[in-house]
Design a protein around this ligand. Structure first.
Ligand SMILES: Cc1ncc(COP(=O)(O)O)c(C=O)c1O
Length: 427
């Protein structure tokens, strides 16, 4: 497949759009960022006319696939009623009730527009609840692009200091220094207990399954130990389930692992592609927002069309049918990939679940970001770039998102493409 029309459009657009793209994460994609004409089910069509099997899924949100009828119809119908009312609609109450039903920690809900913003709301609540300022995050975990959390997401290990006490490294030029952030290795309960003993930490925030910079599961007992350590220190535990929410299980990682955080950040699959996020949590903390001690705002919060899409998405999720499809197709894909890698003599591991998993090349079984850097990430990025030329679009960092619109035929075509790429690499 060729991508020349995309390249020409990006080059031309760069005269008016910075870098030709509107998010930093769309730069650096090989062979270059793509321009799309349409998306349907599991397929993207780009301006070169290529039809690509899509495992990006909008970076995670499209759990039901692109343009699922129930969501499209709900959004379309809402356009005839209202777009933005700066007030309430029944839609947001119905959507909130479904969140409370689905997500174990959700006693109260506040909707936002992006995951980055909802993270800010959660941290503000934690600071207000505890009267403390410090926040602990973990090396390699991503919690949005704002200054106070964009620390040590993909740090240069030559500058990152010792494993047990990483030096917080900023992720962007122009980022404010932040004396309140502490960075720790993930999956190390001892290091966390030691840090919390100082008694100054408002919140511990984590991806409960790490998917951003590597695919790593919590080691057995780790989430429980974190929960206990936070309780002992009077620190709030925040699960950032922007990726894991609705994918690792309908109620997120907290449902799968049975560990309930104080506050949870949701986004992505929550509205199947519409810009909706939420901070949810235990009533005693979320009440700080209700009684106006903590300010949480946003002109576009609960925009009517987005809420109609949220309600439609959550209704499908609660029904369970999407998971029955994804579990079958995603599991087949995971198994098929492992078989292809084994047949080609490529050492590879797959970590995760049918709806979101990570493929890694190399023999490492990491439990934290640093160990994960020993995988053959450069080779995997080459593999992802080659797969695109065979009509399969996967993230270069190894994450695969599977939707309810992926079918056996897509899996067959994907495995054939993988086989072809592995054969090319060998010859
Ligand atoms: C775990 C996690 N938290 C927060 C965010 C930020 O969400 P948004 O891009 O909607 O601001 C992301 C985005 O990828 C994420 O993966």
């Amino acid at each position: 497949m060729e991508f020349d029309a995309s390249r020409a459009r990006i080059d031309h657009a760069a005269a008016v759009v910075a870098g030709g793209v509107n998010s930093a994460f769309r730069l650096g994609i090989r062979p270059h960022p793509l321009v799309f004409a349409s998306a349907d089910g599991a397929i993207l069509t780009d301006v070169d006319g290529n039809r690509l099997i899509d495992y990006f899924l909008g970076m995670g949100p499209m759990l039901l696939g692109h343009r699922p009828p129930a969501v499209v119809e709900a959004a379309r119908a809402q356009l005839d009623r209202s777009i933005l009312v700066a007030g309430q609609t029944e839609l947001e109450y119905a959507a909130a009730r479904l969140l409370v039903e689905l997500v174990p920690s959700a006693e109260l809900v506040r909707f936002s527009v992006s995951g980055s913003e909802a993270v800010q709301a959660a941290l503000r609540v934690a600071r207000a609840a505890t009267g403390r300022s410090a926040v602990v995050k973990f090396e390699g975990h991503y919690h949005g692009w704002f200054d106070n959390v964009l620390w040590s997401v993909a740090p240069d290990l030559a500058k990152a200091g010792p494993r047990e006490a990483p030096v917080p490294l900023p992720g962007s030029g122009g980022q404010m220094p932040d004396p309140n952030i502490s960075v720790l290795p993930w999956n190390d309960a001892g290091a966390l207990r030691e840090r919390l003993a100082a008694g100054d930490v408002a919140a511990v925030i984590m991806e409960p399954v790490m998917f951003n910079s590597a695919g790593i599961l919590p080691v057995p007992g780790y989430l429980e130990a974190v929960r206990e350590a936070c309780d002992a220190a009077g620190t709030l535990l925040v699960f950032d389930e922007v990726i894991t929410g609705f994918r690792v299980a309908p109620g997120g990682a907290q449902q799968r692992f049975g560990v309930v955080p104080d506050l949870t950040v949701l986004g992505k699959a929550l509205a199947n592609g519409f810009p909706v996020a939420a901070v949810v949590g235990l009533r005693r903390y979320m009440d700080l927002i209700a009684d106006r001690q903590v300010l949480h705002g946003g002109t576009y919060n609960t925009q009517s069309v987005a809420m109609a899409a949220t309600l439609a998405t959550l209704t499908e999720i609660r029904d369970g049918a999407p998971y029955r499809r994804i579990d079958k197709v995603g599991a087949r894909l995971m198994e098929g990939l492992l078989e292809e890698f084994a047949a080609a003599g490529v050492e590879a591991r797959i970590v995760g679940y049918p709806a979101v998993f990570q493929v890694r090349f190399g023999a490492v079984r990491p439990s934290d970001f640093r160990e994960a850097q020993r995988a053959d990430n450069a080779r995997y990025a080459d593999f992802a770039a080659a797969l695109l030329r065979h009509g399969v679009r996967v993230l270069p960092r190894g994450t695969w998102f599977v939707s309810a619109a992926h079918e056996d035929g897509h899996v067959d075509a994907t495995l054939a493409a993988v086989r072809a790429v592995l054969a090319e690499t060998r010859s």
